[in-house]
Every structure is written in structure tokens, then in C-alpha cells.
Write a new protein. Structure first.
Length: 86
């Protein structure tokens, strides 16, 4: 599991390990209110991608947004330093 980076060794799809699939992942994010989570899921379902590809892309999108929100203070400090120095 560690060597494969937390993905399935036979196919490489990490979304196989998300309990509840994409819906479970969306509901697991505490920053999404109920209505926002519903809209997120509906938008994902309306996407033109095949379900397995859609789930992977949407999961990556959610993870990136979550990571960026956690690092927002660092971005703000950096930007304020650049603007102040510039």
C-alpha cells in the first residue's frame, strides 16, 4: 500500500479506498455545508466523464481545495510580504 501510494496495486485507482465513493468523500469534508455538498455531488453527476474517471477527478479537486484552504494563512502571509516589499 505504501509503495503504491495508497492506490489499488492492480489498477492504480485510489478512489476505490474511499468509503461511500465520491458521495462519502464529499460528505466527509466538514467545510461543505449540506446544501453545498448536495450541489457538489449534483455537479459531479452532471459531468460528461465516465463514472470512474469523474470520481477520480472530482476527488482530486476536493482534496486540492481542502489542502489549499488549510494553507490559506501561509498564502496570505506570503502575499502580504510580497505586496509590502514590492
Amino acid at each position: 500500500d505504501y509503495v503504491a501510494g495508497g492506490v489499488c496495486a492492480c489498477c492504480g485507482f485510489p478512489h476505490l479506498f474511499a468509503p461511500g465513493g465520491l458521495e462519502g468523500m464529499i460528505n466527509a469534508f466538514s467545510d461543505l455545508e449540506t446544501d453545498a455538498a448536495t450541489m457538489e455531488l449534483n455537479a459531479a453527476k452532471a459531468s460528461p466523464w465516465p463514472p470512474d474517471m469523474r470520481d477520480q477527478i472530482w476527488s482530486d479537486r476536493l482534496l486540492l481545495r481542502f489542502k489549499m484552504k488549510k494553507e490559506m494563512k501561509g498564502y496570505r502571509n506570503f502575499l502580504e510580504g510580497v505586496v509590502k516589499d514590492g
